[in-house]
Design a protein around this ligand. Sequence first.
Ligand SMILES: [Zn+2]
Ligand SMILES: [Zn+2]
Length: 289
Amino acid sequence: MELHLLGTGCPAVDPDRMGPAALVRSSDGARILVDCGSGVSQRLVSAGTPGADIDLLLLTHLHSDHVVDLFQLVISSWHQGRDRGLQVVGPAGTQQFVGSLLEVWRPELEGRVMHEKRPSIEGLDVEINEIGHGAEMELGDLLIEAFEVDHRPMVPAFGYSFREHDNHLVISGDTGPCETLIEAAMGCDVLLHDVLLKHEMVPAEGIRTQETIDQVASYHATADQVGRIAAEAEAKSLFLTHFVPPRFDEATLLEMVQADYDGPVICGEDLMLIDVENPTAARVVNCRP
Ligand SMILES: [Zn+2]
Ligand SMILES: [Zn+2]
């Protein structure tokens, strides 16, 4: 099982870190996309798995930075020759969100379909399944489990666990420290966790006050919490992602995290490819350099 990071950024735009998205490839060929932040369609092409090849899209929650490129994913996949619908799994509210999104674009899409006369329109179908805590899905040998995380007031929000044979990968989505994640991630080979670098954030006129910083920090795991989370979960490796802010001092971050966690800590980068069986060999793999 492989994890290919697509976007390791956050709502603050950075040319090197796209919006949150990650691709999981099972050994028997299933391709699962987790979230579709800004730039996901481009990153999928660079990862060698264009949107047309995605078997399942899992949404962690409906914050815009995690879903903003969903329509772009559908359209770009169709332009790549996709000839089957997209299965989307997400929390309550996904049906309404995606339905509204498709409705906004319906007149444009109908006009395009009529005029462009492409061979198939099946690739434009989107099938939604809303799930709850503990939902399980199977794709070949891959077992996926959703678990609710603590991203209040954004409720519900999920993390996802992926098990294939003896390999175990857990993706946090967006969350502060929470027991359900620690339970789900117990002994996992790879924990991919969001991190908020509160120590890098200062009030900025017209952008953020101290109150803004405190509020944003309150629903994410901060740099001085995430090591403890990995240690409590006895994770065998910790990869960090969803960096807020997207530019920071890496040495300081690693020092803070390693104060509480003895295992390998790796700052994720866009297009970093992680073999879940051998995570410390992770490297950036860009099929379209
Ligand atoms: Zn969020
Ligand atoms: Zn987010």
